[in-house]
Design a binder for this molecule. Structure first.
Ligand code: NDP
Length: 252
């Protein structure tokens, strides 16, 4: 018996990194999975094959999370092919490092569109569908350690991740009467394409690891169990909360 048996889970940005880890973990708990991606179709299809190898259904679905028309088409496709969505994991995100004084409007817009407008848009489209069906469900938003810590060059990225906390609490309050729970998970340092500039640099990596009490980066699959907890009935009385999955980074 898996903790997500028979559930349909949509993971945005499920093609790579943390999202890919979440895809495999929820499938191992019995879920059928829709793997959303932006451009990397091969990686999304590989994630789909990994899920099917576990005996669960899966599809890859391309959509820019910040584009409402694409999001509505994605939700319609998932519903038609896998069934109505029970769990949404708002994971897709992008990061860049640009000093505040050099940041321009285009980069601010690009990052905030994906990281904040994206979870808001997908969350609203999925929640409207759940409420319309009278279905209870769960939404898990993926934030960042940068909701609670300052790193240089992130005056565009960090506000999106602090903003996801406010999105989480406000969505949780409005959706609770409908039986929909909304929670947030903040990753610390995970070994993915996004962090390869840290992980692959023997000069930088030791300085970052010094700031992590557990002394290492996480593997992508280490986010999945926290998602399963928040999405399953194990967390039936938890909503509007944020949990740092960061090896203790925030406490130093
Ligand atoms: P990756 O760069 O490894 O993967 C990003 C994923 O997001 C890919 O699947 C990508 O799709 C997808 N994506 C990007 N833009 C869009 C878009 N507009 N629409 C749909 N999908 C999109 O990132 P990580 O796995 O490292 O990060 C996952 C989440 O965790 C992000 O929200 C990130 O901010 C957060 N995070 C990560 C940390 C880390 O240490 N790695 C630390 C703190 C937070 P495609 O493959 O098609 O490009």
């Amino acid at each position: 018996m898996g903790r997500l048996d028979g559930k349909v889970v949509l993971v945005t940005g499920g093609s790579r990194g943390i999202g890919r880890g979440i895809v495999e973990t929820v499938a191992a708990e019995g879920a059928d999975v829709a793997v959303n991606y932006a451009t990397h179709a091969d990686e999304a299809n590989a994630a789909v094959e990994a899920v099917r190898a576990m005996g669960r259904k899966a599809i890859a679905v391309q959509a820019d999370v910040s584009d409402r028309a694409q999001v509505e088409a994605m939700v319609a496709t998932v519903t038609a092919e896998l069934g109505p969505i029970d769990v949404l994991v708002n994971n897709a995100g992008i990061e860049s490092i640009v000093p505040f004084l050099e940041l321009d409007d285009a980069e601010w817009q690009r990052v905030t569109n994906t990281n904040l407008k994206g979870p808001w848009t997908v969350g609203q489209v999925v929640a409207r569908d759940m409420v319309g069906r009278g279905a209870k469900g769960a939404i898990v938003n993926i934030g960042s350690i940068q909701a609670g810590m300052v790193f240089p060059g992130r005056t565009h990225y960090a506000p999106t991740k602090r903003g996801i906390e406010a999105l989480t609490t406000n969505m949780a309050a409005e959706l609770a009467p409908h039986g929909i729970r909304v929670n947030c998970l903040h990753p610390g340092l995970f070994d993915t394409d996004m962090t390869s500039w840290v992980m692959d640099d023997p000069e930088i990596l030791p300085h970052v690891l010094e700031k992590i009490p557990l002394g290492r980066a996480a593997q992508p699959k280490e986010m999945g169990p926290a998602v399963v907890f928040m999405a399953s009935d194990d967390a039936s009385y938890i909503t509007g909360q944020s949990l740092y999955v960061d090896g203790g980074m925030l406490i130093l």
